[in-house]
Write a protein that binds this ligand. Structure first.
Ligand code: AMP
Ligand code: ZN
Length: 106
């Protein structure tokens, strides 16, 4: 956890372009965008990946999706993709749950 990049962003130890923040989430711009608009919705709770979520985390993950929807509206995206990469074989590099918000093609 101490060397987790996203925990450091949450603790403001490294900078990020933050779009919105609540008690449980932070949404910031991806540093290496894979789409014209690319943000990451990140849980403040350090859970490594979707593989590790427990029953008690279900509401939090639901809220994360809702938070991503509100960010997409704020960004004026008419359509978008929400993506969880899960595990190395699923393309996940940072072991702290995050939801990619991708859009801006039109
Ligand atoms: P994933 O492959 O799902 O683990 O995605 C990790 C994402 O985090 C990638 O799209 C990276 O470009 C992004 N990323 C890595 N470091 C930073 C950072 N310091 N600030 C913003 N985004 C980052
Ligand atoms: Zn973390």
């Amino acid at each position: 956890m101490d060397d987790c990049v996203f925990c450091k962003i949450i603790k403001k130890e490294i900078p990020a372009e933050i779009l919105q923040e609540t008690e449980d989430f932070v949404i910031f711009k991806d540093i290496k965008p894979s789409a014209p608009v690319h943000y990451l919705a990140v849980l403040k709770k350090h859970i490594p990946s979707i593989k590790e979520i427990e029953h008690e985390d279900e509401a939090l993950i639901g809220h994360l999706i809702h938070e991503a929807k509100s960010a997409a509206e704020k960004l004026g995206l008419s359509g978008y993709k929400l993506v969880f990469n899960v595990g190395r074989d699923g393309g996940q590099i940072i072991d702290h749950i995050h939801l990619h918000i991708l859009g801006g093609w039109n």
